[in-house]
Ligand binder design. Structure first.
Ligand SMILES: [Zn+2]
Length: 96
């Protein structure tokens, strides 16, 4: 099954007529229905194959990144007030 897909090449959705087809690993991807050259697509889609393949792995990565960012933000918040408050108190303490 997977080998069949590889032989078909890249999947396209014709920008002109919406027909879905594979480029059969040819250099030029022309729609079999309306023969529109997909290179002329005014709004080329982001590689759909990549979009469909990424979510599985990136979901975990995104969650981990969000967690790390949250932790970093919390740490920065926790540190910031202490740094601001400490010198003022120390100065007053040494003065008085
Ligand atoms: Zn077409």
């Amino acid at each position: 099954m997977a080998t069949d897909k590889a032989a078909l090449g890249r999947k396209y959705t014709c920008f002109s007529c919406g027909c879905k087809f594979y480029d059969l690993n040819r250099e030029l991807a022309t729609c079999p229905r309306c023969e529109a050259d997909q290179a002329d697509d005014p709004n080329p889609p982001m590689d759909p194959a990549l979009l469909f393949r990424q979510p599985r792995g990136s979901r975990k990565k995104k969650a981990a990144e969000a967690k790390a960012a949250k932790a970093a933000a919390a740490a920065a918040k926790a540190e910031a007030p202490a740094k601001d408050a400490a010198p003022a108190k120390d100065a007053e303490a040494t003065k008085g």
